[in-house]
Ligand binder design. Structure first.
Ligand code: TUI
Length: 313
């Protein structure tokens, strides 16, 4: 039912991309998702180039299916990672947290499919003009670095504005979200938060517990005054960020407080002063499963909903 142009474009069975989550989306998670028929993605985040190369090599051993590389454009060595994508013969690049315009020509000359995450119609139109293959319209329900618009408002407006395929992201964690995004006109989906509790996701057990225990109101957007708002699970770090906002702190103070905090949560399991990035959909995530179980379950659930509802017409 969900076969779409995105399946053909990316060479996958299910039109679903696993969110590229910094320090989280490694070769094991990406290859597990790809082996299950969706698109697994390695996230470069702020990691050194050598780590990115190693994960690409590992993923090539772990899967023969397509997988992608997510490049976080706020990274000070984004230029190096952009070149690594070419040198390592990556087939699909996903970008986040910025405008990838200056790299598109190089990637397209090397036959790389380019899918930028975009938070607005204006950037979607620009990206289409620059020759990308599809866009991922991400609403502010998502975890990590977020835009202002919601998925519900953003996706149909982007669908109306451009001709290339649109994938929906932000707030999707089960079949209902998938079906809703499909109805908004999306030809595919990106999902991050639900994969945090996959067996194959190598994050600290404390991080997984936080996701499983999350409720609807468990996340908050921090760092708005810096121009780079980030959605995280509420904790002491989030409260300290709020304090900075109240007293109109300098950018340096935000940087100092935020330095290394994602790594602290993901690898060290520090749930007080670690940055526990997660989307609002964390409240929907109730059990640990394999990537295969997650993917098959959400597509089956989405199909059932659409079939059931269409019987009412
Ligand atoms: O990139 C993400 N999510 C992320 S990146 C990340 S790592 C990080 N760590 C600390 C501080 C900041 C980031 C954690 N989560 N999602 C994709 C996304 N991209 N959401 C929104 C955007 C976006 C925003 C502005 C894309 C383009 C954009 O363009 C602005 C411009 O330059 O036109």
């Amino acid at each position: 039912m969900f076969k779409s142009v995105v399946c053909e474009l990316l060479g996958i069975k299910y039109p679903l991309i696993q969110g590229g989550m910094a320090w989280i989306s490694d070769a094991e998670l990406a290859s597990s998702v790809s082996n299950a028929g969706a698109l697994g993605v390695i996230a470069a985040g702020n990691a050194p180039g050598e780590w990115v190369r190693k994960e690409i090599h590992k993923a090539k051993k772990l899967t023969k299916k397509p997988f992608g590389l997510n490049i976080m454009l706020l990274n000070s060595n984004a230029n190096e990672i952009a070149r690594i994508a070419v040198e390592e013969e990556i087939k699909i690049v996903i970008t986040g947290a910025g405008n990838p315009g200056k790299y598109i020509k190089m990637w397209k000359e090397n036959n790389i499919l380019v899918l930028p995450v975009i938070p607005s119609v204006a950037l979607a139109i620009r990206m289409e003009r620059d020759g990308v293959d599809a866009v991922i319209a991400e609403g502010g329900e998502a975890g990590g670095h977020v835009g202002e618009l919601t998925t519900m408002s953003l996706v149909p407006q982007v669908v109306d504005a451009i001709k290339i395929p649109v994938l929906a992201a932000g707030g999707i964690a089960d079949g209902r979200g998938l079906a809703a995004a499909w109805m908004l006109g999306a030809s595919g989906f990106q999902m991050g938060t639900r994969f945090l509790v996959a067996y194959e996701c190598n994050i600290h057990k404390n991080y997984k517990q936080k996701i499983l225990a999350a409720r609807d109101t468990s996340t908050i957007v921090t760092g708005r005054p810096t121009g780079h708002p980030v959605r995280i699970i509420k904790n002491r770090l989030a409260r300290d960020f709020q304090e900075l906002e109240k007293r109109k702190a300098t950018l340096e103070e935000y940087e100092e407080l935020g330095e290394g905090t994602l790594y602290r949560a993901v690898r060290e399991g520090d749930m007080d002063y670690g940055s526990i990035m997660a989307g609002q959909s964390a409240g929907l995530v109730k059990k640990e499963q394999s990537c295969k179980e997650i993917i098959e379950e959400i597509f089956l659930e989405a199909k059932k909903i659409i079939v059931e509802k269409s019987k009412l017409i």
